[in-house]
Write a protein that binds this ligand. Structure first.
Ligand SMILES: Nc1nc2c(ncn2[C@@H]2O[C@H](COP(=O)(O)OP(=O)(O)OP(=O)(O)O)[C@@H](O)[C@H]2O)c(=O)[nH]1
Ligand SMILES: [Zn+2]
Length: 225
């Protein structure tokens, strides 16, 4: 069942290469190799990088690194590239007729900057106003995590979260704010440890000043992460 769903998703991608700017740029053959085949190839690539740097891969502490990094790329930090891993977002009818904004705030976010392959660490805040459908709370955290587990730019990540929830909930009234630190800015290059990046996407009613303000008041950006 899940495989059929994944194949559908892969086909949809195939027809939609250019799509919107919020689509992760993927090759047409992105899912031809199995995860295990990818791990084997990446292991050799990491080994090559380490050897080129002059490291002795017979050392007890280093010898497992290529396999460890390959597994981490495929199964963990870039696992959200695979449509098969998209979370099932259980939805329910809004029988209790809750008509106000729902905010899931301070969602822990770990992603990877696609320019340097260094961590992005921060918080995502997601909100929606139901038009008859509600989604399980944890599913919002899961959707954030799924898109975060890709090489990302923060702008695209923010838009992907909103666009996905708009489909799941059948409404444009969805918003997301992300406040995150990019280690490529904090730990290398300009090495500005204090700066963080805020991005936002406001759909439907969230474009209205009063609704946007209510959401921003709820989340009162907490910069302690
Ligand atoms: N817009 C955007 N830029 C990002 C994001 N993550 C990293 N970057 C930036 O991507 C840019 C890449 O610029 P380059 O000049 O090619 O890279 P670089 O020589 O390593 O640049 P420095 O980081 O300034 O040393 C840098 O300015 C990064 O700060 C992101 O999520 N969104
Ligand atoms: Zn970067």
């Amino acid at each position: 069942m899940k495989i059929d769903k994944a194949l559908e998703a892969i086909e949809a991608l195939g027809d939609n290469h250019i799509a919107t700017s919020a689509t992760t740029p993927l090759r047409e053959d992105a899912f031809k190799l199995s995860d295990n085949e990818k791990i084997t190839l990446i292991r050799e690539d990491v080994k090559h990088i380490m050897e080129t740097l002059g490291l002795d891969l017979t050392d007890d502490s280093l010898k497992g690194t290529p396999q460890r990094v390959a597994k981490m790329f495929v199964n963990e930090i870039f696992s959200g590239l695979h449509p098969l891993r998209k979370p099932d977002a259980s939805t329910f009818k809004n029988n209790y007729k809750y008509g106000e904004m729902l905010v899931e705030k301070n969602i822990t976010l770990y992603s990877t900057c696609e320019h340097h392959l260094l961590p992005i660490v921060g918080r995502a805040h997601v909100a929606y106003i139901s038009n008859g459908t509600v989604v399980g709370l944890s599913k919002m955290n899961r959707i954030v995590d799924y898109y975060a587990k890709r090489p990302q730019v923060q702008e695209r990540l923010t838009m992907q979260i909103v666009q996905d929830l708009q489909v799941v909930l059948g409404t444009k009234d969805v918003a997301c704010v992300i406040d995150a630190k990019h280690l490529c800015v904090n730990s290398r290059g300009i090495r500005d440890i204090e700066s963080s990046t805020v991005t936002s996407e406001f759909g439907g009613k969230f474009k209205e000043d009063s609704v946007k303000r209510e959401f921003l008041d709820y989340i009162k950006l907490d910069t302690t992460f």
